[in-house]
Design a protein around this ligand. Structure first.
Ligand SMILES: Cc1ncc(COP(=O)(O)O)c(C=O)c1O
Length: 361
C-alpha cells in the first residue's frame, strides 16, 4: 500500500467517525460523505459514472455475488462466453451460474505461441443465444492485454452483455469506462497500491434490475444495493487515497515508466539460453508481467531460488488455471511469473536477470 493510503486508513480509524451510514448524527454523515467522495474519486480514475460503483471484499467475492444474480436470469439454451486466458475468478463463477441454470458456458482459446487473444476467437462464439461475455482486460499469467473495444462492440451488436475483469489491467493502463461501455467491470484496489478490497462498476440501470440477493432494509436502487452490510469504511478511505495517488501520478506516465523498466526484463529473459518466455514476445499488446520457465528446473525450484536472492515471484498457475491448461503446463508447474509495478526499478530487474542467468547455467 502506498503511504497516503495507509495514512488515510489509519486516520479514518482513529478519527472518531466510526459510525455506520444513514444516521442522523455527524459521524454517520461523515461515513455517507466518505462513500460518496470515494465513488467520485474512483469514478474519475476509471472514467465511470460514480453511481455505478460498489465497494466490496475483493474481486472474487463480488464476481461470485454478481454471477449468482445473473444466474437467476439465465435459462437452459442461453450461452455465456468466457476465455481460456482469464483468471479463474472470471471463469468459475460463470461456470457455476451456468451449471445451476442449465445455460451453456464456452471458452475462447488464445494463441498459445504469442499469448494473444484474437478478438475473433471470442466473437465467433457469440451467437444470438449469448447473454454474457466475461473477458479479462489483461492476463495475470502472461501479461497479454486484450482488445476489449472490439469484443464489447461485437457482444453488444449481438445483444449480449459484457463483464470485464480489469484486476490486472487497472494498475498498468488508463481505463475509460465511459468510452469502453462495458456492462460491468471489476478491479481490486490492492493491485493499485490500495487496501484489500474490490470495486465493481455495473451499469446503473442494470444494477437496479438485477435480482441481487439482499436484505430487505438495504437500498433497492443504486450502488448500495450491491454493498451488503456495513461498508469497510477504513478500507474505503484508503481506496479514495490510492485512487487519488494514481490520478496524481497519471496513469499514462505510469504506463510509460513501467514499459521502460520492463523492456530490459523481457529482452533479458529472452536472451538467456535455456529460458522460455511464455506469452507476448514484444512490448506491444501487453502489460509488464512476464511468465517464464527454465529448462531442467521446476518452477517451484526457480521461485524458491529467487526468493533466497530476495526476489519475489510466483510459481504455478497463479489461478489462471485454463491458461496453463491450454499451454500444456498444468502438470508440470505452470510458469514463474515476474512483473513490474510502480516501485520496481532498473536495479531490481538486473538482480532478477543475474539470478536467472545463474539458474539457467
Ligand atoms: C486477473 C485477476 N482477476 C481476478 C483476481 C482475483 O482478485 P481478488 O484477489 O480481488 O479476488 C486476480 C487476483 O490476482 C487477478 O489477477
Amino acid at each position: 500500500m502506498v503511504d497516503v493510503a495507509i495514512q488515510a486508513m489509519s486516520e479514518w480509524a482513529s478519527g472518531g467517525d466510526n459510525a455506520n451510514c444513514g444516521g442522523s448524527f455527524a459521524a454517520a454523515d461523515a461515513s455517507d460523505a466518505l462513500l460518496e467522495r470515494t465513488r467520485q474519486t474512483v469514478g474519475q480514475l476509471l472514467g465511470a459514472n460514480p453511481q455505478g460503483l460498489s465497494f466490496g471484499a475483493n474481486m472474487t467475492t463480488m464476481t461470485l455475488a454478481f454471477t449468482r444474480a445473473v444466474g437467476v436470469t439465465l435459462q437452459p439454451g442461453d450461452r455465456v462466453v468466457g476465455t481460456r486466458l482469464d483468471h479463474d475468478a472470471n471463469v468459475s463463477p460463470w461456470r457455476i451460474a451456468c451449471e445451476r441454470s442449465g445455460a451453456e458456458h464456452v471458452l475462447a482459446p488464445f494463441d498459445s505461441e504469442t499469448g494473444a487473444l484474437d478478438p475473433q476467437s471470442v466473437i465467433e462464439l457469440i451467437d444470438e443465444r449469448t447473454k454474457w461475455v466475461a473477458v479479462t482486460g489483461a492476463s495475470n499469467l502472461l501479461g497479454t492485454a486484450t482488445d476489449l473495444a472490439a469484443i464489447i462492440a461485437a457482444a453488444h451488436a449481438a445483444g449480449a452483455r459484457v463483464y470485464v475483469d480489469a484486476v490486472h489491467l487497472a494498475p498498468h493502463r488508463t481505463i475509460d469506462i465511459s468510452a469502453l461501455a462495458p456492462d460491468a467491470l471489476v478491479t481490486s484496489p490492492y493491485k493499485w497500491y490500495g487496501p484489500h478490497a474490490g470495486v465493481l462498476y455495473v451499469d446503473p440501470e442494470l444494477m437496479n434490475s438485477l435480482p441481487i440477493a439482499k436484505v430487505r432494509p438495504a437500498a433497492d436502487t443504486g450502488p448500495r444495493r450491491f454493498e451488503s452490510g456495513t461498508p469497510n469504511l477504513e478500507g474505503i478511505a484508503a481506496i479514495d487515497a490510492a485512487a487519488r495517488f494514481l490520478l496524481e501520478e497519471g496513469m499514462e506516465r505510469i504506463t510509460a515508466d513501467e514499459r521502460e523498466v520492463f523492456a530490459p526484463l523481457l529482452s533479458g529473459l529472452q536472451s538467456i539460453e535455456g529460458v522460455k518466455v511464455w506469452g507476448p514476445p514484444t512490448l506491444d499488446g501487453r502489460v509488464p508481467t512476464v511468465g517464464f520457465t527454465i529448462d531442467g528446473r521446476t518452477t517451484d525450484e526457480v521461485s524458491s531460488a529467487l526468493a533466497a536472492d530476495k526476489i519475489a515471484t510466483w510459481a504455478g498457475h497463479s489461478y489462471a488455471v485454463e491458461a496453463v491448461g491450454q499451454l500444456g503446463l498444468a502438470d508440470n508447474g505452470g510458469v514463474v511469473r515476474a512483473g513490474v509495478v510502480r516501485y520496481i526499478e532498473d536495479d531490481d530487474v538486473q538482480r532478477l536477470l543475474t539470478s536467472v542467468e545463474r539458474l539457467a547455467r
